[in-house]
Design a protein around this ligand. Structure first.
Ligand code: ZN
Length: 257
């Protein structure tokens, strides 16, 4: 069984193999004398209870992550920045419905915040009379931006509006956009296959409409092979997706599209 464990610093470690209690139970019952067997059974029940206290939505997808990436365990609204479209949050400005991994409609996991560390500087939806088709994540100093899920690069180039941007194709009509980057990670090109959590570049403020350094991150669905390409896709809020649950058919396979 794979478990995620909290570090003292609050992050999540990579998964490790834990001992499954079932074989232990059988071995113990064979080797222990009858008076000790009930105590042994109680011990194993305790072990099982500990294992089940792992936070839902955080342990299964860790096995799919690129080595070294630690998903953001919590996400807060940025301080000192007026945050438009702010999702539900507590008095400490932490988002109430945030989990590191969300579930796509087909059950695959996706990172809600594909960064190494950041705060939310803008949510999804109507902002100043215009639709904001993604979320904005701000980090100072600017840090790495990573792939929200396993995928293949469809676009990697500079645009006037989005600056340095990458579009990832996750298969089954699911895409993500990463815009306003300062630089791209080396050796990435159209067709490159990336893992969930693999670095795509460094957060920046390239392009237009940027008030400061941030990642503009979009979750898009639909058909890419139209004249409109990514602009013919429908934007969805990654913060509104349900939490990823174990048993919802994790799939780290490389998409074919
Ligand atoms: Zn934005």
């Amino acid at each position: 069984m794979l478990y995620a464990h909290r570090r003292a610093g609050g992050g999540l470690t990579q998964p490790h193999i834990a001992i499954c209690p079932a074989p232990l139970y059988l071995a113990g019952m064979k080797t222990l004398r009858p008076p000790l067997r009930p105590l042994f059974a109680l011990l194993l029940i305790g072990l099982s209870a500990c294992a089940s206290q792992d936070e839902p939505g955080t342990k299964g997808p860790l096995a799919l992550l690129a080595p070294g990436y630690q998903p953001l365990e919590s996400l807060s609204l940025c301080r000192g920045i007026p945050v438009s479209n702010a999702p539900r949050h507590d008095t400490e400005r932490r988002l109430l419905d945030y989990t590191p991994f969300a579930a796509l409609s087909d059950g695959r996991p996706i990172l809600r915040a594909p960064v190494s560390d950041a705060c939310l500087s803008s949510g999804f939806g109507i902002r100043g009379g215009r639709e904001h088709k993604g979320i904005d994540l701000h980090q100072r100093p600017a840090g790495p931006v990573v792939a929200a899920a396993a995928g293949r690069i469809r676009e990697i180039h500079r645009r006037d509006d989005f600056g340095l941007q990458i579009i990832l194709d996750h298969g089954k009509g699911v895409f993500t956009r990463y815009a306003h980057l300062a630089s791209f990670a080396p050796d990435l090109r159209v067709g490159s296959v990336v893992k969930m959590g693999q670095e795509l570049g460094i957060m920046g403020r390239s392009g237009q409409f940027t008030r400061g350094v941030h990642l503009h991150f979009e979750l898009l669905k639909g058909r890419y092979d139209t004249p409109y390409k990514s602009f013919g896709l429908t934007a969805h809020s990654v913060l509104a997706l349900p939490a990823y649950r174990l048993g919802s058919q994790p799939n780290g396979a490389t998409p074919s599209g």
